[in-house]
Design a protein around this ligand. Structure first.
Ligand code: TXE
Length: 480
């Protein structure tokens, strides 16, 4: 360890806890260490859970005004430190500085949003069928919540889980992805410095199968909110059921379709596909990875999109000329390139990109396939990189069928100038989020987020809907 290297420690019961140091590297310059973090072990995770358990009743009894003030302060600090945190995030995860700024602002606004959500009605009053009885439904906190997050939104995803958890009177143990511990460490400092009592928010960094596993198997944890891959999500579900039948919420990505109809405005269609498929290096669970295109517009759309994709500049996220940053890790890059080979072997045609970018760093050229069929692995499995494929269809009925023929069901988009096609798509698309003449990616913090099928399990995240996971309804009958 070098003395001057920025480092981040675990936060347990208000204390900063050290451990074996691990380094995280800049994916755009693999030789550059961004920061070091202290690896938590199972004992540290256990201590964090116990601290959260002890702190929970007191936190839940804090006056709403006190909880509001703390959440508001966290949000304000994130917003004030946007520029500095965005540079760290871009260096650590590889997203463009502009995207990183947007993410920090989103995280800050999310804390502020949930501060004010506390002033919304928190229950319902019913008429009782019995005389002299008052019937109401109140909410109590879920309890201790384990939060397990991925690397692709190192601040926004923790924010949209931690903020409603704390708002509703829960205490938290956050286990971020190992690749983005600097962002998580900064968030922990901000949460602690905002005046959160010890044990209310805890951070444990390390391997999923060690510290993550402790959150899943501990019966002192009441619920787990997880975002990540489908395989891990299934494991989370099994463990939560086996260990205390605890509540769980899973968000696990997608294979999102963008339908382009013959009547679409070509420019809008290309813009939506370019943004949805390739921005953020395709590392978004709402990315458009299947472009389902009607026959008459197909060739014009492919030509225009291939030109636009080839013109995207891949480079350092801190360079304002870059359109696309690096792939997050060598493993993810290898997986992306593997899928390019699989797509070629399956008979799809590469019309843009298709290879590793020659620069040093984990760069990949954005890759567009045509001649894809929906049965190919290329069209069925989540790649999570800058790779998309075009599937040709004859009409809206076929487009809706192909769009819905997926194990996933997070987001689905259509580009059309027909009001009736748009309405039919909103009605029939099998997805939790539907967009019309907009990219499939890009959501708003006050609206519910989540999908169907393999994309999602449990109540929706974000907006007022987050309450359904982070609190428990209690039906009260009062005789008078
Ligand atoms: O995810 P993991 P990874 C998809 C995407 C990507 C793939 C793998 O397709 O290629 O998942 O990415 C923690 N007990 N998405 O490897 O492993 C882990 O430490 C408890 C989609 O990053 O699912 C991390 O904090 N926790 C996704 C979190 O789970 C465990 C975003 C997610 O890691 C654990 C990212 C265990 N046994 C990847 N094993 C989306 N939905 O947007 C791992 N973890």
């Amino acid at each position: 360890m070098t003395g001057t290297m920025p480092h981040h420690l675990n936060l347990v019961d208000g204390e900063w806890v050290d451990g074996e140091r691990r380094a995280n590297h800049n994916p755009a310059r693999p030789g550059e260490v961004v920061s070091e973090y202290a690896l938590a072990d199972r004992d540290t995770a256990r201590a964090a859970i116990e601290a959260a358990r002890r702190a929970q009743p007191g936190w839940a009894r804090q006056p709403v005004a006190a909880r509001m003030e703390i959440l508001d302060r966290i949000g304000a600090t994130l917003l004030r430190r946007t520029e500095e945190l965005a540079v760290l995030l871009a260096r650590e995860e590889g997203k463009l500085l502009a995207e990183a700024r947007g993410e920090i602002v989103r995280a800050g606004q999310t804390f502020r949003y949930y501060a004010h959500q506390l002033l919304q009605p928190q229950g319902e009053v019913y008429s009782s069928t019995r005389p002299n009885v008052h019937a109401e439904v109140r909410r109590r906190p879920l309890g201790v919540v384990g939060i397990i997050t991925p690397w692709n939104y190192p601040l926004a995803i923790p924010a949209w889980k931690v903020a409603p958890a704390l708002a509703h009177g829960n205490t938290v143990v956050l286990k971020p992805a190992e690749l983005v511990t600097a962002s998580a460490g900064e968030l922990a400092r901000i949460v602690a410095e905002a005046g959160t009592p010890p044990g209310v928010f805890n951070l444990v960094m390390g391997a999923g199968r060690v510290v993550g596993e402790e959150l899943l198997t501990s019966t002192a944890v009441d619920g787990v909110s997880f975002t990540g891959g489908t395989g891990t999500g299934a494991h989370v579900a099994r463990q939560c059921i086996a260990h205390g039948n605890k509540r769980f919420q899973l968000e696990m990505g997608g294979k999102n379709p963008l339908v382009v109809l013959d009547d679409a405005d070509l420019e809008v269609a290309v813009r939506c596909a370019l943004d949805g498929s390739f921005f953020s290096t395709g590392q978004r669970c709402t990315a458009s990875s299947r472009l389902i295109v009607q026959a008459n517009i197909h060739d014009r759309f492919v030509a225009a999109l291939a030109t636009a994709v080839s013109a995207l500049r891949v480079g350092d996220p801190l360079d304002p000329r870059s359109d696309l940053g690096p792939v997050v890790s060598p493993e993810q890059l290898a997986q992306n390139l593997d899928y390019v080979r699989i797509g070629r072997d399956e008979g799809a045609t590469v019309v843009a990109g298709g290879e590793h970018h020659p620069d040093e760093g984990q760069f990949m050229r954005p890759t567009l396939f045509t001649d894809a069929r929906n049965t190919m692995r290329l069209a069925r499995e989540e790649i999570f990189g800058p790779v998309s494929c075009v599937i040709r269809v004859n009409d809206l009925d076929e487009a809706i069928d192909v769009a819905g023929d997926t194990d996933f069901g997070l987001s689905a988009g259509i580009v059309t100038t027909s009001l009736s096609a748009a309405e039919r798509f909103k009605r029939d698309a099998r997805a939790g989020i539907v967009t019309v003449n907009l990219p499939t990616a890009g959501t708003e913090l006050h609206l519910p987020f989540g999908g169907t099928g393999a994309s999602n399990h449990g109540p929706r995240e974000q907006g007022g809907y987050a309450r359904d996971f982070y609190s428990v309804p209690v039906t009260c009958y009062t005789g008078w």
